[in-house]
Design a protein around this ligand. Structure first.
Ligand SMILES: C[S@@+](CC[C@H](N)C(=O)[O-])C[C@H]1O[C@@H](n2cnc3c(N)ncnc32)[C@H](O)[C@@H]1O
Length: 208
């Protein structure tokens, strides 16, 4: 337990740090602070290109989709899936499906989507505070996102996925290495301090 005299200063510093990204997002008209995680990853690895077809899993409230729409331009296409509709997001080249990715029929999805160049997954479970349960649910979503990506990605396509750090992460990374030429794990600066979030990437889809 922290001494009560230093605790308010620590909390103030933490809140100031957290507010920085939220404030920036608000000022710049992004729908969520998560934008800065994708922006940092994309600036570094150039995942999303003009004209791409992109699938955004867990797209609500829509900051990743906003960013992807800017990057793909009018000739690209963005498909978003979430349990909740991102009401503030409208674009002629944006299609949204309100669905649970855990129960979606993959064949039906492939028939609707065709092939995409990039699959993004910022899927997150509603956290319970019980570490083991939250980790397992995060991994379940990540594994399902990978499964979907393997069905819809073009050859050389890319997969980016949020997951909580855990013992299962090694096996998840191995599975990605098996299906993609390049595998990376990255923790963007905008991830909140104390969070176990990490982003895993597969580049250049290989196995068919
Ligand atoms: C952290 S938010 C995504 C934020 C988004 N990337 C953005 O920038 O606005 C995680 C999302 O995953 C969605 N989600 C969680 N489980 C899901 C499931 N089984 N199927 C579809 N969406 C799910 C939640 O509804 C939530 O909107």
């Amino acid at each position: 337990m922290l001494d009560w005299r230093v605790q308010p200063i620590v909390l103030m510093k933490k809140n100031r740090w957290q507010d920085h990204y939220a404030r920036q997002a608000k000022e710049k008209g992004w729908l969520a602070r998560s934008i800065f995680k994708l922006q940092e990853i994309d600036n570094r690895y150039h995942l999303i290109q003009r004209g791409h077809r992109v699938l955004d899993l867990g797209c609500h409230p829509g900051s990743w989709s906003q960013y992807a729409l800017k990057k793909i331009g009018a000739k690209g296409e963005l498909i978003g899936i979430d349990l909740k509709e991102p009401e503030s997001l409208r674009a002629p080249n944006f299609r949204f499906y309100q669905l649970d990715i855990l129960t979606i029929d993959t064949n039906w999805l492939v028939s609707q989507l065709g092939q995409v160049n990039v699959v993004l997954s910022d899927l997150a479970p509603r956290t319970s505070g019980i570490r083991s349960a939250d980790t397992a649910r995060s991994m379940e979503l990540a594994e399902r996102a990978l499964e979907i990506s393997l069905s819809v990605l073009t050859a050389n396509g890319s997969f980016l996925c949020k997951v909580f750090e855990s013992e299962e992460l090694r096996a998840f990374r191995s599975e990605i290495s098996r299906c993609f030429s390049i595998t990376k794990a990255f923790r963007p600066k905008a991830v909140r301090k104390g969070s176990r979030e990490i982003y895993v990437m597969g580049r250049k889809r290989t196995i068919f």
